[in-house]
Design a protein around this ligand. Structure first.
Ligand code: FAD
Length: 394
């Protein structure tokens, strides 16, 4: 029997596809599934992002690249997103003396794009919810999954009330610490690894100019490479930049070593002097914003029988140094859709081919991303590297 209770969950789950996590990948996936005519129920831990206050926080952006665009084109929303995306044609390196150097990302006309994470997520959710048969249940945390009985164990984050909801087919898009994946970990011959870097990251802000413009070159990704660590900045539509400082947790130069506002200001004065005057909220940001960790998660298989499949960070969480985590998750949705197109409702075949196709790609980008940290924080500042890039014409 099926618990429907407060969430109004379906009483005929056989016809409904269930998704856990309405993040970037879950909401795009729901859109793809709904466009194929499926009814979709999504359970999302967070409250509805459109509720008051949800957007009042910092703007955090992501780099969207070709793989991501192709997946957005597949549901016809690339043009709408392009209107609020800022092209970044290349990277601008800032040395300790404030000298700049530039490397284009590709041929003329080729770019990656800075987009607002919250804005993109909200847009995808709205489009998914507007499809007939799609329902999103916010504030519902998946605690566990009973794979054999095909049942979700949910907790309402406001009331604490728990319930069990049956599913017929489950798509786990609940991110790097996926509850669906945790349940799969307890099954036989499930491979799993997670690896943290000794670095954390913190988001900081470069303010818009008094006229509301951009204080640095707008159409670029900015990097302050400093050998063992670095800071990057991506432009926002409102004239600000979101900076991310990638920095060791421990050691002489580390988050642990910067204990007071004076420590932070002195450090920035010494290491990032050109940007310090552009960051009026630096010390507030530094001590209020979290220091977050960086993890790579690999696992296999990504499916359980023809009942459950993982996509996005739930299947492959990677470090952000290639700017490809979301793009890879979006590509998962596009590829899954192509397989549904080819194999119809033969879910076993769809899931099997999906993981066979995607796993080598996910492993490759996971390793490239870790490698690219060394390139970004160190090699891009090496004069020999700059010269070589010039010779190659890149
Ligand atoms: P998430 O975005 O994590 O979404 C998971 C969703 O599931 C969330 O809404 C969450 O609330 C919900 N959820 C979690 N647990 C549960 C549960 N138990 N029950 C119910 N719901 C649950 N990628 C790029 O392509 N380009 C970039 O420039 C880029 N920059 C990045 C910078 C940083 C600092 C970081 C950390 C990542 C970056 N990424 C980037 C990676 C990108 O953020 C992720 O790959 C992407 O968010 C993955 O989407 P997802 O939907 O799989 O997971």
């Amino acid at each position: 029997s099926v618990a429907s209770a407060d969430t109004g969950a379906p009483t005929h789950p056989d016809h409904v596809l269930t998704v856990t996590g309405a993040g970037l990948v879950g909401s795009l996936l729901a859109l793809y599934l709904a466009r194929r005519g499926h009814a979709v129920d999504i359970y999302e831990r967070r409250p509805d992002p459109r509720r008051a206050g949800a957007d009042a926080g910092r703007s955090i952006n992501l780099a969207l690249s070709d793989r991501g665009w192709r997946a957005l084109e597949g549901v016809g929303i690339a043009e709408a997103v392009r209107e609020v995306a800022i092209p970044m044609h290349g990277r601008v390196m800032h040395d300790v003396h404030g000298q700049l150097s530039y490397q284009p990302y590709g041929l003329p006309g080729q770019s990656i794009y800075s987009v607002s994470r919250a804005g993109l997520n909200r847009r995808l959710l709205e489009l998914a919810e507007a499809q007939p048969g799609v329902r999103v249940f916010f504030g519902q945390q998946c605690l566990d999954v009973n794979l054999r009985q095909r049942e979700l164990h949910l907790r309402d984050i406001e009331t604490g009330r728990e319930q069990h909801v049956a599913f017929r087919r489950l798509f786990g898009t609940d991110g790097a610490f996926s509850a669906v994946r945790s349940a799969m970990q307890k099954t036989d011959r499930f491979d799993y690894s997670q690896r943290y870097l000794e670095y954390g990251y913190k988001e900081l802000t470069i303010a818009p100019t008094p006229e509301g413009g951009w204080a640095l070159e707008k159409n670029a990704l900015h990097i302050w490479p400093r050998g063992r660590y670095m800071m990057i900045a991506l432009p926002n539509l409102d004239g600000s930049f979101t900076c991310t400082l990638f920095f060791p947790f421990e050691g002489e130069e580390s988050f642990a070593a910067l204990k007071t506002p004076a420590d932070v200001t002195a450090f920035f004065q010494r290491v990032f002097p050109d940007v310090l005057p552009l960051m009026p909220e630096l010390t507030d940001d530094f001590f209020h914003n979290p220091t977050s960790s960086l993890v790579t998660v690999k696992c296999f298989p990504w499916s359980f029988d023809d009942d459950v499949v993982l996509l996005g960070d739930a299947a492959h969480a990677i470090t952000p140094f290639y700017g490809q985590g979301m793009n890879a998750g979006f590509e998962d949705c596009r590829v899954l859709n192509e397989l549904m197109e080819r194999h119809g409702e033969n879910w076993e075949l769809v899931f099997r081919e999906f993981q066979q196709l995607r796993k080598p790609n996910a492993d490759a980008i996971a390793d490239l991303a870790v490698y690219n940290f060394v390139e970004m924080r160190d090699r891009v500042a090496d004069p020999r590297f700059l010269l070589q890039k010039k010779i190659e014409g890149k």
